[in-house]
Design a protein around this ligand. Structure first.
Ligand SMILES: *Cc1c(COP(=O)(O)O)cnc(C)c1O
Length: 476
């Protein structure tokens, strides 16, 4: 019987000449369309072998081809609904850029720009000069160096200032952050020898002082952003370390991690150390990320004294780690927002998405939940108990996990009480054209609404998802 079915399948050539398929060939090209046709034919043959029947979609080959081509041509970098409750989610690309930054990037991509071209001097300019004045204004730094990310910034500071020498750091600050970034390993890669001082919970200024020898090139302070040691503790401040550095002639650097450019506590958020404070304390160099609390593109920003920055800029690694024009344009536009709108503080969140999400009031998020709740119950109520529940969002990107923000979520619990049904719903939402990402905890699937921009878009996506059949849906 199957033998009678195979001859009913069209050939690739015949398919490509079908009048309904020629528009697909113009849109996707001969090669991709032929590949998709071959893949569909092989699916159809497998179906016949297994079921002794033609698959239903062979009734409409052009439609099946269209769908296959659309799926295969969609970018692997999908935009998603981030309802995970983590605002700066490293795996979701951290900060969403401000419109100004997006426009700036598009502009410099399209045309030649004065990236390293000094129009006044008719000689080679320096790419980091694009934002040097802005960083000087905002942080009080004498100079800056911009690299690919903060991990690169830390590596470069160590390499430029302490290669072949010793760098002193506290045992309480030898951090690991995500992606195998560990301070001792980074120092080794930079060619410097780590001299550990103090203990896990207590380090004193005398510990640093006693460790200084003629081989010492650097005193290092690392912001322990993602954990906290509580109880009988003591750490040396940047100001104390800077004083010791001046007395002994040893440069002091600080890896600040997130580094907020404005006082977060004035926005009702947990306080985060600002690079301008660390510089005012007398530290020579401080580094921080562009795409954490700053809310800009991925970048590592080093600011500080002109002589130390000059050594960093001259190091060969700088050439390997430098930023391109897109990053610099986005960073410039983002920093301009800080200059223009950071006073009063309530203006900046209107322009900077990261700050908007972080400062979004709980009452506002709860109202969104109230509006969405009845609609979600209409669509998913048969299979799930759905509630609006208070929850806690996280800042993310190495900010303290304990520093949470009061938020509101829609929660989904399977009526059949099975965890697997809930997991099936989560996977089904992951498989949507714009995946809907929540988190599973306490036998519920949580959609934290803090970072939701467009309620009707989410609702449309939830409805579309409910119409497609899925593993946990017994009704379809
Ligand atoms: C996040 C972080 C880094 C790494 O920064 P990236 O921009 O992710 O490379 C380094 N140090 C600290 C303390 C951090 O918090």
């Amino acid at each position: 019987m199957a033998d009678a079915l195979y001859p009913q399948l069209p050939s690739v050539d015949r398919l490509l000449q079908d009048a309904a398929v020629t528009p697909l060939v113009s849109q996707y090209g001969q090669r991709l369309t032929a590949d998709a046709a071959r893949a569909l034919l092989s699916d159809a043959r497998a179906h016949i072998a297994a079921h002794n029947a033609l698959p239903g979609w062979t009734n409409d080959w052009p439609a099946a081809l269209q769908q296959t081509l659309a799926e295969r041509s969609a970018s692997k970098l999908k935009t998603v609904f981030n309802l995970t409750g983590v605002v700066l989610h490293t795996n979701l690309g951290r900060a969403q850029l401000a419109d100004d930054a997006i426009e700036a990037v598009a502009r410099v991509m399209r045309e030649p720009v004065t990236l390293e071209y000094d129009l006044n001097e008719a000689q080679r300019g320096h790419r980091d000069d694009t934002i040097a004045d802005l960083l000087r204004e905002i942080t009080g730094a004498e100079a800056c160096c911009i690299v690919n990310n903060n991990a690169a910034a830390v590596l470069l500071m160590f390499a430029a200032l302490a290669d072949g020498k010793e760098a002193i750091a506290s045992r309480g600050e030898l951090i690991e952050i995500g992606g195998a970034f560990r301070i001792p390993d980074v120092m080794r890669q930079a060619g410097c020898t780590l001299v550990e001082v103090g203990t896990t919970n207590r380090t004193h200024l005398a510990d640093y002082r006693n460790a200084i020898t003629e081989r010492t090139a650097l005193l290092v302070k690392v912001h322990t952003s993602n954990y906290r040691i509580e109880g009988f503790t003591s750490a040396v401040s940047e100001a104390e370390l800077a004083t010791l550095g001046r007395e002994t002639g040893v440069p002091v650097v600080s890896d600040l991690g997130s580094g907020a450019l404005i006082d977060m506590s004035a926005c009702g958020l947990p306080f985060e150390t600002m690079p301008q404070q660390i510089l005012a304390d007398g530290v020579d160099l401080v580094s921080f990320s562009g795409d954490k609390l700053l809310g800009g593109p991925q970048a590592g920003i080093i600011v500080g004294r002109a002589n130390a920055i000059a050594r960093v800029q001259k190091h060969p690694l700088k050439r390997a780690l430098r930023c391109d024009k897109m990053t610099l344009a986005a960073l410039e536009a983002t920093l301009r927002l800080y200059l223009r709108y950071s006073q009063p503080h309530d203006q900046l969140p209107l322009r900077l998405p990261t700050l908007r999400y972080l400062t979004r009031p709980h009452s506002d998020i709860a109202q969104t939940a109230e509006r969405l709740l009845p609609e979600c119950r209409k669509v998913y109520g048969d299979s799930f108990h759905i509630d609006s529940v208070a929850c806690l969002s996280q800042i993310g990107s190495g900010a303290l996990p304990m520093n949470t923000l009061p938020s509101q979520a829609l929660t989904f619990t399977a009526r059949d009480g099975r965890g697997r049904t809930m997991e099936a719903l989560a996977s089904h939402w992951h498989a949507q054209p714009k995946p809907i990402l929540g988190r599973i905890a306490d036998n519920r699937l949580w959609l934290d609404l803090r970072c939701l921009d467009d309620e009707s878009e989410l609702l449309a996506a939830l409805r579309a998802a409910s119409e497609a059949s899925w593993a946990g849906d017994g009704t379809k």
